[in-house]
Design a protein around this ligand. Structure first.
Ligand code: SAH
Length: 230
């Protein structure tokens, strides 16, 4: 048996032991090739339960966190989902198998270009992307039945995002300062102005930052490395 495949089976068992019981989520993790979303030098670690650098100081999230967030969204194939922080595109690819359409926003254009190329190659046609500041959401496409934020909000979750949820909609978002003491929160919009919040688990995400990133070789020495990986 090929060792990546063996590692994948081991990862699925690990996710089940850690509370992932949604069989659609487990099937999506089994089907989407995570090795295609990490730089070549990390291929052999693609099915370990850890975050991996993807360039420009960003990371592809840990599989248990991807699975926990996907499960918390309680998705079905009629839903329209907004993702903030496309990064490698892995979480979007998982969502694309669990809902009708994914709208995914990223503030680093070079990362989005690479993710889009992956979506094309894998023929994932229900993902629409946008370079933009996800803290403002995607008003023209709102409302969304679900929103997932894959970077940590420093204070509270951006209000603009909460108000792009449909009534009954769910948003999952990590909240807290950089690197430490962040908590994954699940919001439900119960009426026009009422939301409930539930703490899910402690997490570590890169920060949610305002505005579109201004990219240049001079300012971003990592870019050469990033492009070499692509
Ligand atoms: N979901 C990703 C993980 C991404 S890491 C994956 O599966 O690989 C978080 C990403 O959020 C980074 O790429 C970062 O650039 C992006 N990000 C941070 N703040 C943002 C914002 N305001 N708008 C859009 N993207 C943002």
């Amino acid at each position: 048996m090929n060792s990546l495949y063996a590692n994948k089976i081991r990862l699925i068992m690990h996710l089940r032991r850690h509370g992932i019981s949604d069989t659609n989520v487990l099937a999506a993790i089994e089907r989407v090739p995570r090795e295609e979303f990490v730089p070549d030098m990390f291929h052999d670690q693609a099915y370990e339960d850890r975050a991996i650098p993807i360039g420009l100081g960003q990371t592809i999230s840990q599989p248990l966190v991807v699975a926990t967030m996907s499960q918390a969204l309680e998705l079905n194939d009629r839903m329209k989902v907004l993702e903030i922080g496309t990064g490698s595109g892995y979480q979007a690819a998982i969502l694309s198998r669990l809902c009708r359409r994914v709208y995914s926003m990223e503030r680093h254009k070079p990362l989005l270009d690479i993710a889009e190329e992956r979506f094309r190659r894998m023929n994932l046609r229900n993902i629409t992307t946008l370079v933009g500041d996800g803290m403002k959401g995607w008003p023209i496409q709102a409302p969304f039945e679900r929103i997932i934020v894959t970077a940590a909000a420093k204070g509270e979750a951006p209000r603009e995002l909460l108000y792009q949820l449909s009534i009954g909609g769910i948003m999952v978002v990590p909240e807290g300062p950089d690197g430490t003491a962040q908590t994954l929160i699940k919001y439900t919009r119960v009426s026009d102005n009422d939301f409930t919040a539930q703490e899910l688990l402690p997490v570590r995400f890169v920060p949610l930052l305002p505005n579109v990133a201004s990219e240049s070789m001079h300012m971003e020495p990592d870019l050469n490395k990033l492009l070499a990986w692509a």
